[in-house]
Design a protein around this ligand. Structure first.
Ligand code: F6R
Length: 610
């Protein structure tokens, strides 16, 4: 949510910041703004809507500066408009702040500052920051000290960047619960909320930790804690390339990411399958594997699509390791005083590694002494760094707001973890070997399904104007039904529900008529006969059925309206195949409705507010 880019150096920062904001636009896109410091004055330009509109406005002004900060917003407090857009500034309009996160005590701070004579012009929580910092500057403190003192009064989360006309040699940046990195260049430095914003300029990255404030000059930087202790920061060389974050000829990131899945799931399993031993080698879990296998209970906590992956993980772990496994929404886990025993292991799954609810739940579990394990995609992300141990999914950067390749990679990692634990327990070598071998064939089977793209597009054309959808599946495919419904609703704005197929007759069947498309996930597995009965029940009520079915199933065509035939695999891996047509169906319906699939309304990638 929201994106931050800052530059200090010798070049004109305007195009650098604008291009950085465009790369971050997937994180929030309802307004954008930039503040620039020139020799003896400063300027702030903001606009409602996309970064390209801000760019047009700036182009007409022909500005050039060596110091600036920019922001793309996902509104929390106050409607998306020009006034509420960041950067915010003090009354003298010489100090500028951009902020990601939420200031929880902003009302109290605002009232206090108003009493001191500060006037507020926005509806945002963030506007307290420039005034609060200003209230320390006027007492004679330096910018750094003023930011430090101001933050000591703030409750909530923040990633901020601050610039000041009277100290034009620096950017001050700080974080608490909202990601922020420093990029090191030659005679130039960058600040960003996400490395993708600055990757075209530098691969030398410093990750800020919670409670750190950093002073960034053009040739050096220094960091302290909120309590004024010096911190020595490590510089990391990152491997992400620009190609990975470009559309690569596809019309949308989402389609590119769907199509990338043979490769991304291959990357998730690369070097991790031990075929001869029928198990997995996961370096990040090596030291805790025995403890994991001895766990009395496993909990998986996550949000959204990652939570759906967690549900599939429950089916995998319980079937093969026999360890009771619970799956909890991170937002619920944190606030309900969960029972955590000392032998518990808790996995936190997150593509971004920055989801505020998941991170907060992780911290709570850690505080109570659980073994805290991360399954993250973004290397160096907060959840990855806060975990005791973990596994990266290695899906590569996911830019489309609707998660696709991250989900399939999470499933691969969960299957590998299951193999690792189960083989330490009761799974036989023969079973381990057959799962390992079948896993290695998943990429080619995904490629086969992706060839059905045109066929799925035709089905999308038929159903694009439907107002509701039902997705039904059993066992391993029940979470896939939830995921299919989520994909559709988030990018096409069509109301969609996922249900366990048998639950349908306990209520949702009342909705069925000729206008209700029902997507059945019906591969030939041990519940196939039951699902066929459910299909009959829908047909008897004139529902229109799209079935995801096994390629050798010739019977199902007679019962349903449309079939999408996919290759077979073993049950534990079936979600890796059944989810692919559902991603494509959602994508094509949204495109046909003329919607912006990469930036759906109201959403943002990486939900860093609770
Ligand atoms: C849906 C989607 C969201 C995320 C959720 C968790 O397509 O992307 O539901 O899955 O916000 O995000 P991460 O995995 O980054 O913690």
């Amino acid at each position: 949510m929201c994106g931050i880019v800052g530059y200090i150096g010798e070049k004109n920062c305007v195009p650098i910041i604008i291009n950085g904001l465009k790369r971050l636009e997937y994180r929030g896109y309802d307004s954008a703004g930039i503040a620039l410091i020139f020799d003896h004055h400063s300027e702030v330009i903001k606009n409602k809507g996309k970064v390209s509109l801000l760019e047009d406005k700036i182009d007409s002004l022909d500005l050039s500066a060596n110091l600036g900060i920019g922001h793309t917003r996902w509104a929390t407090h106050g409607v998306p408009n020009e006034i509420n857009a960041h950067p915010h500034f003090n009354t003298s309009k010489n100090l500028y702040v951009i902020h990601n996160g939420i200031i929880e005590n902003y009302q109290t701070l605002r009232t206090g500052l108003q009493k001191l004579g500060y006037e507020f012009i926005t509806q945002t929580d963030s506007e307290v920051l420039p005034h609060l910092i200003d209230s320390f500057l006027v007492k004679g403190h330096s910018l750094f000290k003023s930011v430090q003192l101001a933050l000591s009064e703030v409750d909530g989360t923040y990633g901020i960047a601050v610039i000041y006309e009277k100290e034009p040699d620096k950017i001050i940046a700080a974080r608490k619960g909202s990601p922020l990195v420093l990029g090191i260049g030659e005679n130039e430095n960058f600040v960003a909320s996400d490395v993708s914003a600055i990757i075209s300029h530098t691969k030398q990255i410093v990750y800020l930790e919670d409670g750190e404030i950093i002073q960034v000059f053009k040739n050096h930087f220094n960091a302290k804690t909120n309590l004024d202790k010096e911190v020595k920061k490590e510089i990391h060389e990152i491997s992400m390339t620009l190609d990975e974050i470009d559309k690569g000829g596809f019309p949308h990131f989402m389609l590119k990411e769907i199509m990338e899945q043979p490769e991304s799931v291959r990357n998730s399993m690369r070097g991790r399958i031990l075929f001869d031993e029928g198990t997995a080698k996961l370096g990040g879990l090596e030291n805790v594997a025995d403890r994991l296998a001895a766990s009395k209970r496993i909990t998986i906590s996550a949000c959204g699509t990652s939570w759906h992956a967690g549900l599939v993980g429950k089916y995998m772990l319980e079937q093969f390791t026999r360890i009771p496994t619970e799956v909890e929404y991170a937002s619920e886990f944190r606030y309900r005083n969960p029972i955590i025993e000392k032998d518990d292991a808790i996995f936190f799954i997150s593509q971004s590694g920055e989801t505020a609810d998941t991170l907060a739940a992780l911290k709570e579990a850690k505080l109570r002494g659980a073994l805290v394990l991360g399954i993250c995609n973004v290397v160096g992300s907060s959840i990855a760094r806060e975990s005791n141990a973990g596994v990266y999914t290695h899906a590569g950067p996911e830019i489309g707001v609707a998660s696709t390749k991250a989900f399939s990679s999470q499933l691969v990692v969960l299957a590998l973890i299951t193999l690792l634990i189960a083989r330490k327990k009761t799974m036989s070598l023969v079973d381990g070997k057959s799962i390992a071998l079948e896993l290695s064939h998943i990429p080619e089977k995904i490629s086969e399904i992706l060839k059905l793209n045109d066929e799925i597009e035709k089905i999308a054309e038929i159903f694009k104007d439907s107002k509701n959808f039902l997705y039904l599946g059993r066992g391993y495919n029940f979470p896939v039904a939830l995921e299919g419904a989520l994909k559709l609703k988030e990018i096409s704005y069509i109301h969609a529900e996922g249900y366990p197929a048998a639950e349908m007759k306990h209520g949702p069947i009342a909705l069925i008529d000729e206008n209700m498309p029902v997507v059945f996930i019906a591969p030939k597995d041990s519940t196939y006969d039951k699902i066929i009965s459910n299909i009959q029940e829908i047909k008897a009520r004139r529902g229109r059925i799209i079935a995801i079915a096994s390629k050798n199933d010739n019977e199902i065509d007679k019962l349903v309206d449309y079939t999408i035939k996919i290759p077979d695999t073993i049950r534990i891996l079936m979600p890796l195949l059944t989810v692919i047509p559902l991603q494509l169906l959602a994508y094509h319906i949204a495109v046909k409705k003329g919607l912006n699939v990469d930036q759906p309304r109201n959403l943002a990638k990486s939900v860093t507010v609770e």
